[in-house]
Design a binder for this molecule. Sequence first.
Ligand code: UDP
Ligand code: MG
Length: 341
Amino acid sequence: MSTFVLPPAVSVVVPVYNEEAGLAALFARLYPALDALGERYEIIFVNDGSKDRSAALLAAQQRLRPDVTRAILFNGNYGQHMAILAGFEHSRGDIVVTLDADLQNPPEEIGKLVAKMREGFDYVGTIRRQRQDSWFRRNASVAMNNLREKITHVRMTDQGCMLRAYGRDVVDTINRCSEVNTFVPALAYTFSLRPTEIEVAHEERAAGESKYSLFKLVRLNFDLVTGFSLMPLQIMSFLGIALALASGALFIYLMLQRLLFGSQVQGVFTLFAITFCLLGVLLFSMGLLGEYIGRIYEQVRGRPRYVVQAVLDDTADVQPAHGLHEAGAEAKAPSLASSSR
Ligand code: UDP
Ligand code: MG
């Protein structure tokens, strides 16, 4: 019962995790904003294992606008970036836009991104004008941005803003990656030939609260750093060399002092200080190694990155625009247990 036969030009991917309080407001603004564009579009909601009524609300919305709405339901919580990747795999548009469900990025800005893509760019990043987050989030994020800028090759002014547009080639390349822990904007940047950035508005969360705890945020940033740089490991080796040289020098100095001035009581405390400092460095290094090894372990285990419980889709007779996708033929709603790596 699809109303169009041509594939959509713009796909909008929206990850949803426990957003029942804000979904109605999202629907009320997202559809009119896209209708106003005058483009063929599709919206792909990915329910990331919400424990509230989000899945039911998405299903109802899919029934309301089956021509342009598809919903992918995960069987558990796999994280925002996995949800986006699932959306990418099911997307058919030449331009794929990602948008948060909480209305922090106004859907009305999508038109700007699409216009910029049409100028010939294959990746449009965004910078939040007057970011509306807590003081701690803003400053921690600036610090993390600076650090990431130094140790990875990824150049993004504002890594946290997820309202972005990706070209079909970039999305296809991302679909061929099988990374378990990743950061989609950085991955896209890696594959993009003509990236650019524009400023977009940023609002306070319409409803509910941030789905990122401090722990999840730290993990995400570790994903970003370890996934795109080996420099932390190399810094460790250099630190090791520097420490070895320094302790060699210290040894010679202490020996000379002992020979010239005899043994001194304070020496014990100096030793304590040095030992604890070294212990700190050692533990940190081991932790860092662990971060990489843990990720390698998850990768070699080769489990599905996420499990799709159902795909709600009435547009299945639309031919995908590009060969890579079997998704167009995938399912009449709801299909069970297709999993993806
Ligand atoms: N999200 C998700 N899975 C998660 C956490 C978040 O799909 O495990 C979604 C969430 O529903 C929202 C988007 O990712 O659409 C961004 O999350 P949030 O607004 O909580 O992050 P913040 O704006 O605080 O960085
Ligand atoms: Mg948000």
